[in-house]
Design a protein around this ligand. Structure first.
Ligand code: PLP
Length: 452
């Protein structure tokens, strides 16, 4: 499929990328009524999407864009997948009520348990990621009868009450945050807060966590909540021994390990779940985004033993209004079936490896690329003003990069200091080559214009 952008409709002047006239008209009209604070990528692009075709978006002006972000890892099957569309439309014409079981949901629960790690064979459904994380915390509290939660610097788990205290920026002016929250360092080795290097550091950060909690905790930790690969923080991959060491600290504190696989689950990293890269067994997992290809559903997955803890396990104790309704169950079921049938976990590994290697080559060409990391189709390309000081790339420059990519018919999360590369899992080798060609051209423009 060839990416085609009508340069008359899409142009760039000094103020940046300009969407086509239809997009602009609808966008500006909606802006009068919709609340501010929608996702940056939508605000910066001002695009109005009409439909999608595989790994491409098509806007209302008929322009086509290669999708390198997939709604932040949501559109795992890409756009307009025929099998997905058929299943959803059939289900919606039958029934879509909540509470009751449904044939596809029942099939999904059993099928999923074939792929989940170890004893994690019980699942509950929610309407969004933050709600699932809150439920996972309720479950951990039910099981341990403790209340403290340990999260990690740079982590993101949604914007709801319990996890708010763990966020960097979003908690500003939102206090007081929940008590009993501890925030400890993540192994973000490119920016190690202790200025050490792995493996010679001997995972000093984990020793630090141990000491910090000894100092801070009331001795009632229910759970450690961690992303196996930090998505929002820039697709940060910890060293292979980090999560296992964190689990040890959790055990020492009689706490559970909740792995938030919202982005890195369901094939995105070239394995079915992110934890599989790190030889660690979570007690609870939270999953969402790519599990239903855009239908709003997220889940908590745990073992028989843990998920039976009360009050979580009391009738209506773990449920919600829309969680696991017939449509959600169907969306999950058809998405998992398609991921397996189309071998998308392997595609993610293969195309991801190609992209990672190409970004590493681009790192040799462009000084402003400070770090390239990733697993499968979850890649982070961190940009700096100076490789020595690691000062983040200036916002106006990364914003320009976003415009340059858009102008060339590609949508990518490259407007902050780290490019988050998360295309749909169906991306082909050819499309990946096209993406690299566009990144290279756009990198060339900012490198030349800003002398970086
Ligand atoms: C790892 C992780 N957990 C939880 C969430 C929250 O999900 P939602 O936006 O569906 O509430 C996100 C959202 O980006 C996420 O990346």
């Amino acid at each position: 499929m060839k990416t085609k952008v009508d340069s008359k409709k899409n142009s760039r002047d000094d103020s940046g990328f300009k969407p086509g006239p239809k997009s602009l008209e609808i966008f500006e009209e909606e802006q009068k009524y919709i609340a501010p604070g929608v996702q940056s990528i939508a605000l910066f692009s001002k695009l109005v999407m009409e439909r999608g075709e595989g790994c491409h978006f098509v806007d209302v002006d008929g322009n086509k864009y290669l999708d390198m972000y997939a709604g932040v890892g949501v559109a795992s099957l890409g756009h307009g997948h025929p099998k997905y569309a058929k299943a959803i439309s059939e289900q919606v014409s039958k029934i879509n009520t909540g509470s009751f079981s449904s044939p596809r949901r029942a099939h999904y629960c059993k099928n999923l348990s074939k792929y989940t790690p170890g004893k994690l064979n019980r699942i509950q459904f929610y309407s969004g990621g933050a709600e699932a994380v809150e439920a996972a915390i309720r479950l951990a509290k039910s099981y341990t009868k403790n209340y403290e939660i340990v999260g990690f610097w740079g982590g993101f788990h949604g914007k709801t009450g319990t996890v708010m205290g763990l966020l960097d920026d979003f908690k500003i002016e939102m206090g007081p945050v929940m008590s009993g929250i501890h925030s400890v360092p993540y192994a973000y080795c490119y920016r190690c807060p202790f200025r050490m290097e792995h493996p010679s550091c001997g995972l000093y950060c984990v020793d630090f966590i141990r000491k910090q909690l000894k100092q801070e905790s009331a001795g009632e930790i229910a759970a450690f909540l961690v992303e196996p690969i930090q998505g929002t923080n820039g697709n940060v991959v910890p060293p292979p021994d980090f999560l296992k060491a964190v689990k040890e600290v959790a055990k020492e504190n009689n706490a559970l390990l909740i792995c938030d696989e919202m982005i890195c689950g369901f094939g995105r990293t070239g394995k079915m779940f992110g934890v599989e890269h790190f030889d660690v067994m979570p007690d609870i997992m939270t999953v969402g985004k790519g599990i239903a290809n855009g239908f709003p559903v997220a889940c908590v997955i745990s073992s028989d033993e843990i998920i039976n803890a009360k009050p979580f396990a009391n009738p209506s104790g773990s449920s919600s209004s829309y969680g696991g309704n017939a449509l959600a169950g169907c969306a999950c079921d058809v998405t998992l079936d398609t991921i397996i049938e189309e071998n998308l976990v392997e595609n993610s590994r293969k195309v991801g490896e190609y992209l990672l290697n190409e970004f590493k080559k681009l790192q040799e060409k462009y000084q402003f690329i400070g770090d390239v990391r990733g697993k499968g189709l979850m890649i982070g390309v961190e940009m700096v003003m100076d490789r020595k000081t690691k000062e983040h790339i200036r916002k106006d420059i990364s914003r320009r990069l976003f415009d340059e990519c858009m102008k060339r018919g590609m949508i990518s999360m490259c407007y902050s200091h780290t490019i988050r590369v998360n295309p749909p899992l169906i991306i082909t080798q050819k499309e990946a080559e096209e993406a690299i060609r566009i990144y290279d051209e756009a990198f060339g423009v900012i490198s030349k214009e800003y002398g970086i």
